[in-house]
Design a protein around this ligand. Structure first.
Ligand SMILES: N[C@@H](CCC(=O)N[C@@H](CS)C(=O)NCC(=O)O)C(=O)O
Length: 247
């Protein structure tokens, strides 16, 4: 993750009073089955949004923290979980594997409706949420991958800088579309916090973070609100303020 830029509360009183989700960390990729969720993630990665969702929900989970591009991340065992070997991966308590950050977020939010991370099924807000979740995962996350791994897009080494430049330009364009079309105020769906805010907050902390802060005041405000949520705050600190743990 070296190339990534360094970077109102709650669902009411009951939610704020509840204990934080029980999180146990650093199981190996092959950890035995438990009744908890198991999240495979790494520092500053897209697993942050899943971790934040689990905290908002208050569900117990085990965190398997992988070193980005390290031996466990690139192991055969990890590929058995996710054949494309990307992070995050969520394992449900029954052993079902969910990959793709947007799918993980939606699966968690649907399984825990009381956490209020989703607007009502079938509502216009739900349609808006799906639209922008897919937009971010198909376009923004894809462009991040282009910047991180230009060699996947071109064979000649000399073309790689151009691929990365284009990825950064695309990221700026895409974030400006979120700023001007979704118009977060203060959250993506207006007054109501939702899973989409976690997605936006996590992805906007990467490569063009400083540009977003300078050019997209609505997104900047949304991120500040998300980062301050009592249950998100410790996760945010661990990923975006503290250094990576020693592996
Ligand atoms: N479409 C995937 C993208 C996940 C992704 O690219 N994750 C990065 C870390 S933030 C990764 O694992 N990259 C390693 C690779 O592309 O090989 C998702 O939404 O989960």
């Amino acid at each position: 993750m070296a190339k990534r830029a360094a970077a109102k509360a709650g669902r009411g009183k009951a939610a704020v009073k509840r204990k934080p989700a029980k999180r146990s960390a650093r199981k190996s990729v092959a950890a035995p089955k438990s009744r908890h969720y198991r999240l495979y993630g790494c520092h500053r990665c897209g697993s942050m949004l899943a971790e934040a969702a689990l905290e908002e929900i208050g569900a117990p989970y085990d965190l398997v923290e992988l070193e980005y591009n390290g031996p466990e991340h690139r192991s055969e065992q990890y590929r058995k979980l996710n054949p494309i070997a990307r992070v995050p991966v969520l394992m449900l308590p029954d052993g079902t594997v969910v990959t793709e950050s947007a799918a993980i977020l939606l699966a968690l939010a649907h399984r825990h409706p009381k956490a209020g991370l989703l607007p009502p099924a079938g509502s216009p807000e739900m349609a808006t949420m799906l639209r922008w979740l897919m937009f971010l995962s198909n376009n923004v996350y894809e462009a991040v991958g282009r910047d991180d791994y230009p060699e996947r897009y071109v064979t000649s080494e000399s073309a790689r800088p151009e691929v990365r430049e284009r990825a950064v330009a695309d990221l700026k364009r895409f974030w400006m579309m979120v700023e001007q079309n979704l118009k977060p105020a203060p959250f993506a769906l207006g007054k109501r916090f939702s899973a989409l805010d976690l997605y936006i907050a996590n992805l906007s902390e990467w490569i063009v973070r400083d540009w977003i802060h300078a050019n997209c005041p609505r997104i900047k405000r949304l991120v500040a609100r998300v980062a301050k949520r009592p249950r998100v705050k410790p996760v945010w600190r661990r990923h975006f303020i503290e250094k990576a743990p020693q592996q």
